[in-house]
Design a protein around this ligand. Sequence first.
Ligand code: ADP
Ligand code: 5GP
Length: 203
Amino acid sequence: MDLGFLLIVSGPSGVGKGTVCKDLIESDKDIVFSVSSTSRKPREGEVDGINYNFISKEDFETKIEKGEFLEHAFVHTNYYGTSKEFVEKGINSGKIVLLEIDVQGALQVKDKHPEVITVFILPPSMEELERRIVDRDTETQAEIDKRMSNAYKEIDLVDKYDYFVVNDNLEAAIDNIKSIINAEKHRVVRKNNIKEEYLGGRK
Ligand code: ADP
Ligand code: 5GP
């Protein structure tokens, strides 16, 4: 079995992370999506256990105390966190565990585990980013303003990431992420017993 790894995708709200990640999971059986927990209320169409585990603020704080999160952050007035158990199980079974998390969480994980792969999705422009959030029609104007002001702070940290991908044309952005994943899959360190497989002990 090849070794699994953690792939973190971040980027400002509305840049297309959800859209891109959905395609990646559907097109590559080696990828499993880490469903985060959040204290935010579900948006229309979001399903508990699929998009997020929607829990109360109190339950979230209990899980923090119990150390159940690999990382957690307070983003746009809500808690979000990644299950430590899910990530460990996925990697140990050879999967690519995909985390769609914010910059604070991504940097916490990268700090503790420098081997994780981090990808930052950028919008073609800030104007287009705002247009996408407005067109998605899931946030109030105050929430949109908050997300836009956060977007500037998040993009300021892009240089902490391993890779960037611009989501202008969706298919091209997905292809670029697939190329990154493909390259990472081919790192020699991830291939168990590669020498034994070919040499069988002979030198
Ligand atoms: P995020 O998960 O980053 O908040 P979403 O995946 O919800 O973003 O995308 C925000 C909106 O932008 C959605 O309405 C989505 O359909 C749209 N979108 C995503 N990628 C593109 C793209 N390349 N071009 C135009 N619209 C896009
Ligand atoms: P949204 O409310 O739009 O679904 O997500 C808001 C932000 O929270 C996004 O930047 C998203 O990537 C981030 N996020 C989602 N899940 C997690 C998580 O488990 N941990 C952290 N740190 N951020 C998360």
